[in-house]
Design a protein around this ligand. Structure first.
Ligand code: CTP
Ligand code: MG
Length: 504
């Protein structure tokens, strides 16, 4: 019997969210993919290895294979859009080889490249089981209770008995003719849904017994941001500086910390009748991604300006001791709830101010704005904010800065007066906007697009949102479902340490 290992490395690792797909990141000094290749190379049962890779990484994979010097790797082929497409590419390649060679029985062991910790025992168990079985799955008992939900995932419908549940791993092993036939039937089915290889055999060849062998807890699949911590500290993220790699690894913990903060704030605001809602990138993340924008670490909420005094009082009274609500500076009246025992550095941070310390959530007061055209609001607010920020940064003495002081001072005064005039002359019951000083984009929103507030799901929680999130987002971002170019996908944090104690 000829056991052929297939290493599936054609995924793009969306959930991990790194630029380089996870199978090419570094783990203990070599690419994740190389660990599986080592394991199958070493195992005496395996006589050949086939690597299925992403077409964009064909050359890269061939380089890895060349450098690793594995004797058993004979082909690197391109995979497809879904994992099943990649498996199918391998099945076809091996079938061709089998019909050309026409000798003994072939088996395939289909293994996720993202499971670098596969052991010799697991591989051997699968090969031994294939002596008698035509399909073998690797699984481990579930220590958590698993429940079944309704179609929306909102209600519990049943709890299957735990002793009959298992978590599935790879490599899954098959006689070549069995897996080839199962895929042939699957591809002929118009209702086919992508799934793992054993499930395809189970569904399309119910006559075949699928034998189970024991997996190992350690044989985990690198999947989410959290799993980045398993990778090499400095070199894990190819082409990144150590600081960039650190940031990439800390992004998810930072997001979770912010989410935890928002839940605390939400609870206090809701109990005190403060009207607030998600805004900006946070609202966009909720609608487009069901939570954080994957590369972002910002959390912004709006609060109705008339509720601000009540909000400040409630937060000061009820926030847990590690949270702070400093007074906002006069120049930019944005409230920030900060987690004071964390350490967080952002590009614009000024550590001479108590205002700049720890992970924070921005709270933007939204008050009545004059009924003016969006264009007018944009020009005036942008002009004012630009002048204001340049004046705020003047701290050296030169002829140029002296001239700028007058030039931008005059501009700020003119734009400020125009806005005050508009506030006086135009009704202010239709629109809401941030204070002029904060409103760098000059955005105004109609009250009746915000109220009555709706709800939007953000990660595991529902938070208040404008009445018409789609309209709100289109006003702020245009075609907001379109992802920005890769180069613009970055967050705010430069450096984040979860707890200041960690620095001792
Ligand atoms: N895989 C593949 N071809 C695909 C999709 C996945 O070869 N079209 C591989 C992956 O490279 C990985 C394994 O199948 O080794 C398990 O898939 P998964 O963990 O889902 O990886 P990705 O699809 O890369 O990740 P994500 O689902 O987060 O995008
Ligand atoms: Mg996937």
């Amino acid at each position: 019997m000829k056991h052929i290992a297939v290493i599936l490395a054609a995924g793009s690792g969306r959930r991990m969210g790194t630029e380089t797909p996870k199978q090419f990141l570094m783990l203990s000094g070599k690419p994740v993919l190389a660990h599986s290749l080592d394991a199958f190379e070493q195992n005496a049962h395996i006589c050949q290895i086939l690597v299925v890779t992403h077409p964009d990484y064909m050359e890269h994979t061939k380089c890895i294979v060349r450098d690793g010097g594995w004797q058993k790797v004979c082909h690197v082929i391109a995979g497809g859009a879904e994992r099943t497409d990649s498996s199918l590419a391998a099945i076809r390649a091996v079938s061709e080889q089998a019909s050309a060679e026409g000798d003994e029985a072939y088996t395939l062991l289909l293994h996720d490249a993202a499971r670098p910790f596969v052991s010799q025992d697991i591989i051997s168990r699968v090969c031994t089981a294939l002596e008698t079985a035509s399909a073998v799955n690797v699984c481990i008992p579930s220590s958590d209770t698993i429940l079944q939900t309704d179609a929306e995932g909102l209600r519990m419908t049943s709890v299957p008995p735990r002793n009959m549940l298992r978590r599935v791993q790879t490599p899954q092993g098959f006689r070549l003719e069995v897996i080839a036939e199962a895929y042939r039937r699957a591809m002929a089915d118009t209702d086919f849904q992508a799934t793992d290889d054993c499930s395809i055999v189970l569904r399309y060849m119910p006559e075949v017994d699928i034998c189970l062998v024991e997996g190992e807890e350690a044989n985990l699949k690198l999947t989410n941001r959290d799993d980045l911590s398993l990778l090499d500290p400095n070199t894990s993220l190819k082409g990144m500086t150590p600081l960039e790699a650190y940031r990439a690894r800390m992004l998810r913990p930072l997001q979770l910390k912010m989410l935890e903060m928002l839940k605390v704030i939400a609870d206090i605001l809701d109990r005190n009748g403060v009207r607030w809602w998600l805004q900006g990138g946070t609202l966009l993340g909720a609608v487009r991604h069901g939570g954080f924008i994957p590369w972002d670490d910002d959390m912004d909420i709006d609060v109705l300006k008339e509720d601000v005094p009540r909000m400040v009082e409630a937060l000061r009274r009820e926030l847990p001791p590690q949270y702070e609500l400093p007074d906002p500076p006069r120049r930019t009246p944005i409230y920030k709830v900060r987690l004071s025992d964390s350490f967080f550095v952002e590009y614009a941070d000024d550590f001479s101010l108590p205002y700049s310390k720890g992970v924070y959530i921005d709270i933007f007061p939204q008050g009545p704005a004059p009924t003016v055209s969006r264009g007018f609001a944009r020009i005036v607010a942008r002009g004012y904010c630009k002048a204001n920020s340049i004046l705020g940064r003047q701290h050296y003495y030169s002829l140029r800065s002296f001239a700028e002081f007058f030039w931008f001072g005059a501009r700020r005064a003119i734009f400020g007066c125009l806005w005050k005039l508009a506030c006086l002359l135009r009704p202010s019951d239709r629109y809401l906007a941030q204070d002029l000083q904060n409103n760098g984009l000059g955005l105004i929103h109609e009250r009746n697009r915000i109220f009555p507030l709706s709800k939007v799901r953000f990660e595991d929680t529902e938070f208040p949102a404008p009445a018409d999130p789609d309209f709100y987002l289109r006003e702020d971002f245009g075609d907001y479902m379109q992802l920005p170019p890769e180069a613009q996908r970055h967050g705010h944090a430069v450096f984040y340490v979860p707890s200041l104690n960690a620095l001792h």
